[in-house]
Design a protein around this ligand. Structure first.
Ligand code: MSP
Length: 522
């Protein structure tokens, strides 16, 4: 079976997940579910990044022992992902013993190879970013140099550190980029990374001498390594448990633009140094802003995804974020937009279609969906009807998927899919089966149209299964079809099941009205 590994960034658990975090997890969830439906064995890894200074500070502020704090936060983060129906298979915490052991092994391998050496670090460190900064990275605010993302003054540090010889990997990294022209998406982010590399790479520090909580270096027990090194190996730990990361596993990482250098430059070098397989693709996401400011725990302007899904459906939130935002773009989050999109597209578009078709079929006691010769051809009368394009060739996973998803064009993909819903709604309005039904001469045509609309509704539902998971589950209940009920986008499902149900041209239904999306009370 083909294998697919998708990861989110691992999050700092010094606060609760906000929309920006949920966005990365939603993208990964969508890919994981899609790949499952296409018959891949999927590993979907997320987790918490725990070896950080801000965690130590947060635990102290709450008067808690660090591990107690981390254990509590680990449970809370998992709960949020469960509530958002994120179908992860693995949740890594970087304080777990197997991860610490793996990181020490990696450090030792690079050390033995001569890629790690001792030196003195003199410069700035931003706790918000958990990263070293040069003056060039900072901005002036009230006469002081501050981190542009956190607007806080970084610590000035002078200490002995161990350094990774990144300079040694300059050529290898450039070759890797040349060989893998779609390694980073979007392209403009890839171009930025490439020009950064072209200017010449500097070695980077992989250890600190200050904190005893983190992971001790195997070759210097007075120093510890921490997030900026260890976190980058998190998925390697996850995969070693069941040897998932084999040569033929497709590996995709989702991460934000603020950590692209670490993932697109440092990590490939660290993986090369330790003879570890490199990923296939990294999708770099932008920032969500609120009134133009980056949403962040440190700035205190966060939007809680759980609050949003209480008021609207989880499907509405994922649909809003993935439909509106091209991967890579910054976006101002607006609850008003979420609310409008929920009412117009999920209630007014999708649910309206299902409701109209199934209510009429129930009323006229139609118990089967059917696509007869000629039904699909009728769609082609309306020029460029995307329904025709979609349905005339049966289910073609390659076509369905490759055109958009390999380039992370999720928003285009969803926009094109939504056009199908609009076309189906137009079809029913034009066909007027409720009028034709009353006339004995046209009654048969009305029946055929409604059966065909059940077929269209089933197939559009299938296409939305990896994203509108609540809607799809309800559609399964509404149609009450046994074969359709076999499809679960949160489990590994063989391609054949999905294809068979998609291609099913005649099927019985046991209609059972149920409201798919409920309008929020004002
Ligand atoms: N722990 C590191 C990642 C290590 S991955 C090996 C980290 N954690 S974080 O919690 O600060 O951020 C996690 C992800 O959320 C990052 O990809 C970051 O870009 C993203 N976001 C944090 N704030 C964001 C927004 N306001 N909007 C969108 N995503 C942003 O970085």
């Amino acid at each position: 079976m083909k294998k697919f590994l998708v990861t989110t960034p691992i999050y700092y658990p010094n606060g609760y997940p906000h929309i920006g975090h949920a966005y990365a997890s939603f993208i990964a969830d969508f890919y994981a579910r899609y790949k499952r439906l296409l018959g891949y064995e999927v590993k979907f890894s997320t987790g918490n990044d725990e070896n950080s200074q801000k965690i130590v500070q947060s635990a102290q502020q709450e008067n808690k022992d660090i591990m107690t704090y981390l254990d509590e936060m680990g449970e809370k983060w998992k709960q949020v992902w469960n509530d958002l129906q994120i179908s992860y298979t693995d949740f890594i915490r970087t304080t777990q013993p197997d991860h610490r052991a793996l990181v020490q092994k990696m450090l030792q391998t690079s050390f033995d190879k001569g890629d790690i050496y001792e030196g003195e670090y003199k410069g700035y460190y931003c706790v918000g970013c958990e990263g070293f900064k040069t003056e060039k990275d900072l901005v002036l605010k009230d006469g002081q140099l501050v981190c542009p993302d956190h607007l806080t003054k970084p610590d000035l540090i002078v200490e002995k550190n161990w350094f990774f010889k990144l300079k040694n990997y300059q050529t290898a990294i450039e070759k890797f980029y040349d060989k893998n022209p779609t390694f980073l998406i979007p392209q403009y982010r890839f171009n930025e990374v490439k020009s950064f590399v072209k200017w010449g790479l500097e070695d980077f520090s992989v250890s600190r001498e200050t904190n005893k909580f983190w992971i001790p270096l195997p070759f210097d027990d007075k120093q510890v390594t921490y997030v900026r090194y260890d976190a980058l190996f998190n998925y390697v730990t996850v995969c070693q448990q069941d040897n998932f990361r084999s040569e033929d596993t497709e590996i995709v990482h989702i991460l934000g633009k603020d950590i692209s250098r670490f993932h697109a430059i440092f990590r490939p070098a660290m993986l090369m140094s330790t003879n570890t397989r490199l990923p296939d693709q990294e999708f770099i996401t932008g920032f969500f802003t609120v009134d133009g400011h980056k949403m962040s725990k440190s700035l205190g302007n966060v939007i809680d995804p759980i609050e949003m899904v209480k008021n609207y459906d989880r499907d509405a939130l994922i649909f809003n974020l993935l439909y509106d935002v091209p991967i890579g773009a910054d976006w101002d989050f607006s609850e008003e937009r979420l609310s409008n999109l929920y009412e117009s597209m999920l209630i007014g578009g999708r649910w309206n279609l299902v409701n109209r078709v199934t209510s009429l079929c129930k009323k006229y006691e139609i118990t089967e969906g059917k696509c007869k010769d000629g039904d699909i051809a009728r769609l082609s009368e309306d020029e460029n009807n995307p329904l025709f394009e979609m349905f005339s060739n049966g289910f073609d996973a390659h076509k369905l998927h490759q055109r958009y998803l390999d380039n992370a064009d999720i928003n285009w993909y969803l926009q094109d899919r939504y056009k199908l819903v609009q076309k189906a709604n137009e079809f029913i309005t034009k066909a007027e089966p409720w009028v034709k039904w009353k006339n004995p001469e046209t009654k048969q045509q009305a029946e055929q149209d409604l059966k065909f609309l059940l077929y269209v509704t089933k197939n559009l539902g299938l296409l939305s299964a990896p994203i509108l998971v609540n809607g799809f589950r309800k559609l399964q209940n509404i149609l009450g079809n046994d074969d359709l009920n076999k499809i679960a986008s949160s489990k590994n499902t063989m391609n054949d099941d999905f294809k068979n149900v998609f291609d099913m041209e005649s099927f019985s239904v046991n209609l059972n009205p149920e409201i798919m999306y409920v309008k929020k009370e004002k």
